[in-house]
Design a protein around this ligand. Structure first.
Ligand code: SAH
Length: 219
């Protein structure tokens, strides 16, 4: 049975507090903060997490995967500097919370997931279908990107990447930006790579995070 989720005043209040916490941790971009305030995170979690959905923590979403911590979502989104109408490719749909934050900022979102069950859940039953029509879900291997829909203004990888996939750099527009956590299992460094107009790359390094691994192939 499908339980219709409701966004109550209580949820809205908890969400406002979460925005304050994220702000205190250093997120400044007002569009990012507004998106966190707008999107009901509890819609992307099982009912069992309803009371804790607005804690600044990652939670399990099945298949051994997690919904990222809100601060991490805000951090990556801030680095991406998303503008309305931009074409954004996300690798690692998971719960679709990050995809929804991008959609709430007006991006045209293309998101890929390698787990069929997680993909199906969103493709069939995305909880905010009538509100955000600017998200397209794909089942596939994010290392390959989406050649049919390239080029993208921005690309975001939401799993720990062992290296920067060349194929994804190819699918970026000139002046395009990719934000990804790079590194081993325990800890990764957030990286932002800008593709310059002459095709050279500029790399910037930011803080450390821990993500689930980016893995090859589909399951
Ligand atoms: N953005 C998600 C975070 C989910 S965790 C959210 O907001 O909930 C990372 C996700 O990346 C997992 O669902 C995992 O299955 C997926 N993933 C890992 N490697 C991948 C790959 N090569 N291609 C597509 N998805 C991948």
């Amino acid at each position: 049975m499908r339980i219709e989720k409701i966004d109550t005043f209580k949820h809205k209040g908890l969400r406002q507090k979460l925005v304050d916490i994220i702000k205190e941790k250093g997120i400044k971009n007002i569009d990012v903060l507004n998106a966190i305030n707008e999107v009901p995170r509890h819609f992307f979690l099982d009912l069992a997490f309803d009371k804790i959905a607005y804690e600044d923590r990652a939670f399990p979403i099945g298949e051994g995967q997690t919904i990222s911590q809100p601060y991490t979502v805000a951090y990556q989104t801030e680095l991406l500097n998303v503008q309305p109408r931009e074409k954004v490719l996300e690798i690692g749909t998971g719960s679709a919370y990050q995809a929804t934050i991008l959609a709430a900022m007006g991006a045209r979102v293309f998101t890929i997931e390698r787990h069929k069950n997680l993909y199906d859940k969103n493709q069939l039953d995305y909880p905010l279908k009538s509100k955000y029509k600017n998200i397209k879900f794909f089942y596939g291997d994010g290392f390959k990107g989406l050649p049919t829909f390239m080029p993208f203004d921005k690309i975001i990888i939401t799993a720990a990447a062992p290296f920067t996939p060349d194929e994804l750099i190819k699918q970026l527009k000139p002046k395009g930006v990719i934000v990804l956590p790079i590194g081993e299992q325990d800890e990764q460094t957030m990286i932002r790579i800008t593709k310059n107009e002459d095709e050279t790359l500029t790399e910037e390094r930011f803080d450390k995070f821990t993500f689930v691994p980016m893995l090859k192939g589909q399951v």
